[in-house]
Design a binder for this molecule. Structure first.
Ligand SMILES: [Zn+2]
Length: 482
């Protein structure tokens, strides 16, 4: 690709072409670059720092609930994938293999991990002998590889970053409790940290994780009405324990298989928060993960410039020591108006402007990225006012995303209505489902929508299946998805 092609001058409006808008924004805001390897991206510092804030907060929550981090190898022997039938079928097409190393052909091919159930299952079988060894509650932060045919930066890439939690328990009840606890942590985090409202529910059998008994997900609506699965939590039952012989002596001195779980979120969250919150001017970053929460722009004619910059610097230090991620742009080569546009495009939640008159009056101006609202504040209350505005921006972002979802939420009774809903509107559609895979498949073939999950709290309960008209056993959330 030529240099000219990569340089984005204008952002395509969302209404004109949402996919192009997305690519324009992430390039122009300097979050990523394409790598020479197809389907892989480079996380540039602003893109990577969003991930670091996501990681720090989730890590804190995992540890608070009794988990510890460990690290398992990137390479997995081929034979491990043969042990759990569904798992191998699910992942085989996407596996890259190492067949040669050190100039010699390997005796056994090594897969580059797509997920670590098999490796961790193997290790747990060595570590777990007795009920006294349980529960095991381990999380891993790592990169994984799935050779994707169609890729989209952050949302679907051949290599991505994630965390995968893997736990083993004595009883089904305990493992199921863990599965739901982690789903709740994801839900709370995504809503209260990324300002993205989500729908919690259970995956249908055809959409569940390869090898799991039950898979649960949180689903978020992007601004083009499509869904992103923002996090998943799986109850594996004893499937992996049986495949990898994770057996322990129970309290009655009898051998039993452990009940396992796994759960994960990935750098898809970055793609999601861009697609949920961004607008025609560019990114809108949730304050809690924004690399820069406040950009300070001093303004003034040359004769007062130095004193304005000096005062800006004092305020900067005050904010910084209060834990606010703040930067100053005192570059004199560009005009303030250019800076305002630039930082709006980069999604900085709050802008602080200060000029000579503000200095005289002991005030400065805060501007919200999401509403454009300007607020004159006393410099004496700087920290308090800035923190209040960051909270306000978060709340406004959440409310807008939720309102958007409500405006694009439909309910249908027949396949024809579903077709119309998917073609003419954009959004999530509730429908009744009998439970048969054939009916679910028909929806996918005819409308391009897949079942996202069976919401725990659907807006209404459907009586009949949208395809066959038989009694509905579930009310399912359908959408086209990334
Ligand atoms: Zn049916």
């Amino acid at each position: 690709m030529s240099k000219d092609k990569q340089f984005v001058t204008e952002i395509t409006p969302q209404g004109e072409d949402f996919s192009r808008w997305y690519i324009d924004v992430i390039k122009k805001a300097d979050l990523m670059d394409y790598s020479p390897v197809r389907g892989c991206i480079v996380f540039k510092p602003d893109g990577y720092e969003i991930w670091e804030h996501i990681k720090d907060e989730l890590d804190r929550r995992f540890k608070e609930t009794g988990h510890r981090n460990a690290y398992f190898p990137l390479f997995i022997p081929e034979s491990f994938f043969q042990k759990e039938k569904e798992h191998v079928e699910g992942f085989n097409p996407e596996l890259p293999w190492v067949t040669e190393a050190g100039g010699e052909k390997l005796e056994e091919r090594l897969a580059i991990r797509p997920t670590s159930e098999t490796m961790i299952g193997h290790m747990y079988s060595k570590w777990i002998q007795s009920y006294r060894d349980l529960p095991v509650m381990i999380n891993q932060w790592a990169n994984v590889v799935r050779w994707e045919k169609r890729t989209l930066p952050f949302l679907r890439t051949s290599e991505f970053l994630w965390q995968e939690g893997h736990t083993a328990h004595e009883t089904e009840e305990e493992a199921r409790h863990e599965t739901m606890q982690m789903l709740d942590i994801y839900c709370d985090f995504v809503e209260n940290y990324l300002a993205i409202p989500v729908i919690k529910g259970q995956k249908t059998p055809s959409e569940k994780f390869a090898g799991a008994v039950d898979t649960y997900s949180i689903e978020a609506m992007m601004k083009d009405g499509r869904a992103v699965q923002a996090g998943t939590s799986h109850y594996m039952g004893t499937n992996f324990s049986k495949a990898f012989e994770i057996e322990y002596l129970n309290r009655d001195n009898t051998l039993e298989f452990a009940h396992t779980t796994s759960w994960g979120v990935s750098t898809r969250l970055i793609g999601s928060l861009i697609m949920v919150h961004g607008d025609d001017r560019g990114l809108v970053l949730p304050p809690k993960v924004a690399p820069t929460q406040v950009i300070m722009v001093p303004i003034g004619p040359p004769k007062t410039w130095e004193s304005v910059v000096a005062r800006t610097d004092e305020l900067y230090r005050e904010l910084k020591s209060a834990g606010v991620r703040v930067r100053v742009d005192d570059n004199t080569d560009v005009r303030p108006g250019w800076k305002f546009n630039e930082y709006e495009m980069r999604g900085v939640p709050v802008r602080l402007e200060i000029g000579p008159r503000d200095m005289e009056n002991g005030v400065c101006v805060l501007v919200s990225r999401i509403t454009g609202e300007k607020k004159v504040i006393e410099q004496a209350n700087l920290v308090e006012e800035v923190k209040a505005m960051l909270d306000q921006v978060h709340q406004e972002m959440y409310d807008r995303a939720k309102e958007f979802r409500q405006e694009h939420f439909y309910s249908v009774d027949t396949l024809d209505e579903m077709k119309e809903s998917m073609e003419e509107k954009r959004g999530f559609t509730l429908a009744g489902w009998c439970g048969s895979e054939a009916c679910e498949d028909t929806v996918k073939q005819e409308t391009g929508a897949t079942s996202r999950n069976i919401p725990f709290e659907p807006a209404e309960h459907k009586k009949t299946c949208l395809v066959c008209g038989e009694e509905a056993n579930h009310t399912v959330l359908f959408a086209r998805a990334y």
